[in-house]
Design a protein around this ligand. Structure first.
Ligand code: FAD
Length: 446
């Protein structure tokens, strides 16, 4: 998404553009997505719900979306009318199957070239300025010289080593809920030549998916996502609640917490009443549960909590602990004061009391990493050695503040960090707005 939008924007400014695409198909994660191009409706809501991001970058996204959607339509992409998204967002829905070929054709129509099956591995530099890339295709190495290089490789979620280093020791148990090519190549290449990175490299966006032995393909990620977590009770493999299931604006926060639990695994438990509830624009849990079951995912049903706990033994949970946790949860949410619930729960504290009871084994997944390369608002990648720290608690005199970019290096989309830290502002909008800005700036050089 970011790469194609950047390429078209640079071509519109008169640049010669070569796109190298590692995959054997076009469109990356954009092609797998649900197509809703949305972000927060206003900055005040962003400050409240995504308080740890780079405020200037977040505002750039909120301010830039409307214009970018008009631009997208002008390229031939079909968008539904604007809609509100939950209580905080707005956007327009695209059809990724239509959008992908339209953007690819547009790159070619305005004079760009695209090489499929060709991966960027390293940046070439001279006197600290970027002069091109080393790429590889099926025939071997390819040296490409360029006045500007723009990184849009989609994040580092596909790189187990980086995920283990920054996100969770249970990296090997995580599902990858994205295209398989985003293995941190842009991040690594830029850091190798001295790029600065954003804080909170541990943050990421994703949804819990039905656990193995479920079988599904990449176009079924959406159907396998168990987005009703915020109304369920979530237990880890030790049989304990470990987080506020309702934290954040959707299920992505709970998915983030599951990543740190043993085997990055949890159980979502709902009773008959919860199974029929719609939440946050999502259909009732029973539909997602039926899809999980159909795919061969682990689902248990029982008429009472004792039986449900006993049956969970088959998944390795200790039945005594499970029962104790569910009884303590019920007692706390029924109590007048509600203050005995540990961990506390901000929303949806429904008792689990109406049979049948259903338990679904889920695993955490990563759609994209939210930490990444640090850039200015022209999407120029900053040089670590010439920029001061961006940690939130930094104390610096005005005279000490300095940032400087690596000449000729730009970034867009999920390779750019700092927007959706501990929250989610939309992935397609982020790629669209930053892609256009980066492509425009890269065409002017410097
Ligand atoms: C199931 C699913 C549903 C989603 N639904 C939504 C939604 O409704 N709304 C929303 O806002 N977001 C959604 N997203 C997220 C959204 O798709 C991503 O945030 C967005 O596509 C990111 O754009 P990008 O350009 O950074 O990465 P991508 O679109 O993934 O593009 C990155 C590209 O870089 C290529 N690449 C990687 N490494 C190299 C290399 N070394 N050299 C050359 N090329 C390389 C990849 O092959 C890929 O084509 C969804 C994602 C998934 C998986």
């Amino acid at each position: 998404m970011a790469g194609l939008c950047a390429a078209i924007s640079a071509l519109e400014k008169g640049a010669n553009v070569l796109v190298v695409e590692k995959g054997t198909r076009f469109g990356g994660s954009m092609r797998l997505s649900n197509g809703l191009i949305w972000t927060f409706a206003n900055q005040a809501q962003v400050r409240k719900d995504v308080p740890d991001g780079d405020e200037a970058m977040q505002d750039f996204l909120v301010d830039g979306l409307t214009d970018s959607l008009v631009w997208l339509v002008s390229q031939g992409v079909e968008l539904e009318p604007e809609q509100t998204f939950q209580w905080y967002g707005r956007g327009r829905r695209s059809n990724p199957a239509q959008m992908t070929p339209v953007l690819v054709d547009r790159v070619k129509a305005v004079g760009g070239r695209i090489l499929l099956g060709t991966a960027m591995q390293a940046l070439r530099t001279e006197d600290g300025a970027v002069t091109g890339v080393l790429a590889f295709d099926a025939n071997g190495a390819l040296e490409v010289q360029a006045d500007s290089v723009l990184l849009a490789t989609g994040g580092f979620q596909g790189n187990t080593e980086l995920v283990a280093r920054y996100i969770t020791p249970h990296a090997d148990s995580m599902y990858l809920r994205s295209n398989p090519c985003s293995t941190g190549d842009g991040f690594i290449a830029a850091v190798d030549i001295g790029a600065a990175v954003t804080p909170l490299l541990n943050t990421f966006y994703g949804h819990a998916l039905t656990a193995p032995p479920a079988r599904f393909n990449a176009f079924e990620f959406q159907d396998m996502s168990q987005k009703y977590g915020p109304i369920a009770v979530a237990l880890n493999l030790e049989g304990h609640r470990f987080a506020d299931e309702s934290a954040g604006t959707g299920e992505e926060q709970l998915n983030f917490f599951i990543a740190s639990q043993p085997r990055a695994t949890a159980v979502y438990i709902v009773d008959a009443a919860m199974a029929g509830m719609s939440s946050e624009n999502n259909p009732p849990p029973r539909l997602a549960i039926a899809r999980a079951r159909k795919a061969g995912g682990p689902v248990i049903e029982a008429d009472n909590l004792d039986d449900l706990s006993e049956k969970m033994h088959a998944w390795g949970l200790p039945p005594g602990e499970v029962l104790k946790s569910l009884q303590a949860y019920n007692a706390a949410v029924r109590s007048e004061s509600g203050d005995r619930l540990q961990p506390a729960r901000r929303r949806n504290a429904f008792p689990i009391e109406k049979a049948p009871f259903t338990a679904v084994l889920v695993r955490s997944s990563i759609t994209y990493t939210c930490g990444g390369l640090r850039a200015d608002l022209d999407m120029r990648v900053l040089r670590r050695a010439s920029s001061i720290s961006m940690l939130p608690m930094v104390t610096a005199d005005l005279s000490e503040i300095q940032t400087a970019a690596i000449p000729n290096l730009y970034v867009a989309g999920c390779d750019l960090g700092g927007i959706s830290n501990r929250g989610y502002m939309g992935g397609l909008s982020h790629a669209l707005v930053t892609g256009r800005a980066a492509g425009t700036a890269a065409a002017s050089g410097g």
